[in-house]
Design a protein around this ligand. Sequence first.
Ligand SMILES: [Zn+2]
Length: 485
Amino acid sequence: MKIKGKFLAVVCCLALLAPAGLAGDAEDALIDKIVAAYGGDALLEVKTLRINDRSKGFRYGQSFSPNEIDLAHYNALVTVDFENRRKALQWVRGSQPNISLQHQIFDGTQGYSIDHTARTLTENSGITYSSADRRVSWLLDTVLARMIADERADAVYQGEENYDGAAHRKISFQADGFPRMTLYIESESGRISKMQRSHWVEGQYFNYQFSGYKRQDGITYAASTYVTRGGQPFEVVTARAVKFNPEVTAVFDLPVGYGEEKPTIDFSKMTVNKLADGVYLAGQNWGFSIFVDAGDYFIASGGYRGLKDRLEAVNAFAGVDKRLKFQVVSHHHNDHLGGMKEAAELGAVFVTVKEHVNAIRESAGVTLADDKFVIVDGSGSVAGGKLMVVDFPTGHTSHLLVSYIPSAKIAFTADTFFSRQEAGVPSGSERLSAFKKMFADHKLDVDYFAAAHSGRVLTPAELDAAINNIPEDEVCPADWKFCMK
Ligand SMILES: [Zn+2]
């Protein structure tokens, strides 16, 4: 909010009573100070920006073992066109030669995802000006300085705080499509020391800490950024190069001769699919569970958030009202534990390996007695063999419980294949051959393969076709020089 000088006297007295938002001069003065610290007109007149950040991410909740936090390697090239509100992300995950790529463009009106290995170009409405860069540009303080200068009218002064041993003033703002951000401005220099935004867990925050300020072309930027999430290390930038006002035209050119990605099934609505007598696959979006009617109760496998909704949908579909007695937990990753609190509230007993008990307890958020767990070592079954589980460790997780329903010869697994396309077969991998072999080793005949992330069930012939459909290794496109490093 901006209040002109002649109201200053009124504002000064109101400020004692009024919320911080009315103190327009405090916001203006602080934003002026930030702009000056970051280069004044040079900052405001930046038309385009290129950032090349190499960073390491800490894989909480998605590591191979529940007892260690894995490290992920990222190399991102982000191009921002402030004038035309365009953004491009060229993103490399992993280290050579085991890399995976992501290429996204928002051209000012339309978002695109580009797959250089499959040679596809796909319109994607989820890719917007704020989301196209996977938040990489937020790692750069200069971008935040420019954003708050552009959003001056809605900024709110948040008072003073001694941060990292120095006096700071705080100011928050929310740009369209972005979360609310609070900047910690060092009072003396006007530089941004920290940006804070909310975590989806209430009361927790992402804190972006900036240091090692440099000046280039009259503009200031931090050479180092360290991000914590809920107080834990989350991401750290290990190398950074920025370029102000680079030529960007070619960056927004779409590739020529690329086809469209295969159409995928719309899973936005809850669906229940009866796979066999008393066996149902229910879910929506990325979370599906299989339910086995064991007489008085259901056994479920697939632990995404929304478990209660899926149980309710199955009961309604089958015209019954049965409780959930057993919940099979595939593995310890956060997303697959999203429904554990619901399972606990439903009074279910968890079927798991002993290594994942702590993660389940933590995720459930309530005290779970030892008799709430059936511990599987290698393989096992519940409800007199109505559902079997086999531990299938992969490079993805040190333990993965795959479910098998002998009466219907149906298998259910998480994170092994993604059958979301309307037709054809999913991409294969070495893991899928091992998956097939695992059933043969256990002398289990499978007629249908269901998965936690997709509603389409595969036949053995389709699984074989997928095994023979292993995509080529991803390599840096010829014009991605930053990627070769
Ligand atoms: Zn996983």
